[in-house]
Design a protein around this ligand. Structure first.
Ligand SMILES: O=C(O)CCC(=O)C(=O)O
Ligand SMILES: [Fe+2]
Length: 213
């Protein structure tokens, strides 16, 4: 889908103090659930001898802090209007906290498939059932002076036809400061480049809605 406004942003979605509070809470949660998702890989069986492709090498955990949910949900609802998308959205998924240490990254991916064939199917979770990820948000919790690399990149689908793919990769310039956020459609391709110094922390959320028709 080609959008006039591919993403929406807030340069200060959270204050420095709030970011620190989220980091503290996330790190505590990581300590408590150490077995949780580290270095997720996809096995490529099409190649001789099978190789593991690292999709994501970072530490994630889930946050329960209730004060955060309303704030993040309001941010997405507001962005959905401001960007002129006006998509039907319902409930939010659990908030994800991410830590990228040195050399850690997240390869190209989309956050959700868009059609009816890939809806959440667990009948025990009525908040998710029959829905897909519609809109994603990432909040940069770290001070840009504390790390290098760890850049969130997108593919620009608003550029003119005939431009090479390499020239379509961009990083939202407003998304760098501590507490800045970028709101984007969950079908948009994006990645996080390897951290080359320090540590980067982010808060990620997805809002669900009915599948695209
Ligand atoms: O860390 C980020 O800024 C983005 C992470 C991401 O794309 C995801 O968790 O799906
Ligand atoms: Fe993502």
């Amino acid at each position: 889908m080609k959008l006039k406004v591919p993403y929406w942003y807030y340069t200060k979605a959270f204050s420095d103090e709030e970011c620190d509070k989220i980091i503290e809470s996330g790190l505590r949660q990581i300590e408590m659930t150490q077995e949780e998702s580290k270095a997720k890989v996809q096995t490529d069986n099409s190649k001789d001898g099978k190789i593991d492709i690292p999709i994501r090498d970072c530490q994630i955990t889930w946050l329960d802090d209730t004060w955060l949910y309303q704030r993040v949900e309001n941010m997405i609802i507001n962005a959905n209007e401001e960007a002129g998308w006006g998509w039907t959205i319902h409930s939010m998924e659990k908030l994800q906290f991410v830590r990228y240490n040195l050399n850690e990254h997240y390869s190209w991916h989309v956050d959700g498939s868009s059609d009816i064939f890939d809806v959440y199917e667990d009948p025990n979770n009525l908040n998710y059932f029959g829905k897909i990820r519609k809109i994603s948000v990432s909040v940069n919790l770290s001070d840009p002076n504390d790390y290098d690399g760890g850049e969130l990149l997108f593919v620009d689908n608003t550029v003119k036809d005939g431009v090479s793919l390499d020239d379509m990769i961009y990083s939202p310039k407003e998304f760098k400061g501590k507490g800045s956020s970028v709101v984007f459609p969950s079908f948009a391709h994006h990645k996080v480049t390897p951290v080359t110094r320090g540590t980067r922390y982010s808060l990620v959320a997805w809002i669900l809605g009915p599948p695209w028709k």
